[in-house]
Write a protein that binds this ligand. Sequence first.
Ligand code: OOB
Length: 552
Amino acid sequence: MPNSTVAEGFVPWPAGFAERYRAAGHWRGVPLGGLLREAAGAHGERIAVADEHSRWSFTALDDAADRTAAGLRSLGVAPGDRVVVHLPNRTEFAVLCFALFRLGALPVLALPAHGRTEIRYLSELSGAVAYVGTGGARAPDGPPVTEGLREACPSVRHLVTVGEAGPGEVPFGSLTAHEPLAGPDPDPSGPALLLLSGGSTGLPKLIPRTHDDYAYNARTMAAWCGLTPDDTYLAVLPVGHNFPLACPGLLGAVVAGSRTVLTEVASPPEVFPLIERERVTVTALVPPLAALWTKAAAWVPADLGSLRLVQVGGARLPEATARALPGALGCGLQQVFGMAEGLLCATRADDPPEVVATTQGRPVSPDDEILVVGEDGAPVPDGTTGELLTRGPYTLRGYYRAEAHNAVAFTPDGHYRSGDLVRRTAAGDLVVEGRVKEQINRGGEKVSPEEVETHLLSHPAVDAVVVVGVPDDVLGERVCAWVRPAPGADPAALTAPVLADHLRAAGLAAFKRPDQVETAGGWPVTGVGKVDRRALTARGAERSRTTHRPHQ
Ligand code: OOB
């Protein structure tokens, strides 16, 4: 669909809600590119973004965004076009995204771990006109992620490369050589970017976030975390993910005039000295990383004294880690329960330690509407677990180009069905208790069972397969594949490494590869004849306990 406009697949808020959000001051009518312009005016020569290769002041970043916008325009990228952004945590990510915001073209945010298959899928789904990545040099695992992309997805006219450009690729640096772009600002109420959803059923979907709603998201989280120009935010999680991008992340830091340091390393021996060197004050982690950092503080020699706040979210944080982290790292903890779809809940600096250790906090906007409902759809009393439904000034009203899915993912009155099971405490804090959606949360990385099943089924020795999440001490959950071997196939040959190789060859992200593989002649079914995933989860956990399989 290369010629379609972005607005075609976008579901706006009803007019009455939009008016209310504007009147409340949530939606300010300033596009995301304008946030950087304002920051450049206020903080000029202070450093805005830095990585191990380069440092940019607010003024320099602002100027580079204008020039790169002009460079993209000269390639033929027009307002409303989609561009797949597949970059690691480097300053070029910031330059490119702000350039696209300026131009009114939409970044489609891929994760560095994504492979050929995900990139193709995202390109097709969004009708992208260009792909920006780091080129073939960064595909140690097989063919370059862009192999066959243009043929498979003809809307993609340009491959832009940060670093060494291959034949037919446009070097990213050449885009910044243009005179700054002067053009109309994009409509702040329209979509600004497309985030990837973890998926509630089926394949991941695209989430349109508008300039107005995403700016509010970033500003609100920056305030919730008390960011000031004296702060240095460390983006250690992949910055194409909503959490380090805008909760408050890079965008919130720009709004607050704080500095963002982007890093591609996350292991304590590498990242602790960076924290010391850059005097990092705030960062965001997923639970397995939080646990690792908490343990490592005792043996990695580095001064972490600058840290004042570590946010942890993306998956359930074990209470033991929540209690140990502040003492070990010498800083405050904030639990964040968020979603790329919008709603953000978080604990606050002035919450009692007990609340921070045992809850995921409360919605950050006074206009976030929360319903906790039972299986019949009726609200349940506080203290009872139910599904979380929500709507508000920064929660989507529909996935991008997904009419059929939207009919089930939203209630008729516009609440998003999160698929999360939560309980609200008497004090109004939420506790995440589980989920009803078919998704595996592997240490914060979301895996769609259906996607993995589809790819495993193409293995000749696999007759049928069901993928479930099994509890894991380190990851929270691991990916477990139950496989029925094809007639004549040797079940012993269907090991995790064999299936991992198959998925690698299929160009799928490494985090989707099964950690555990079990073979069986068939599976239990529920009363209505569906595969009993809950039973397979329990059996998967049981098998791993009894066989003492080493963790892969
Ligand atoms: C964040 O965003 P997504 O879109 O990758 O995943 C959202 C889902 C939630 O629906 C929930 O199932 C799970 O991830 N989740 C948590 C959680 N935070 C997210 N489950 C339990 N405890 C938590 N604290 O993951 C995300 C987006 C913005 C900020 C933080 C996380």
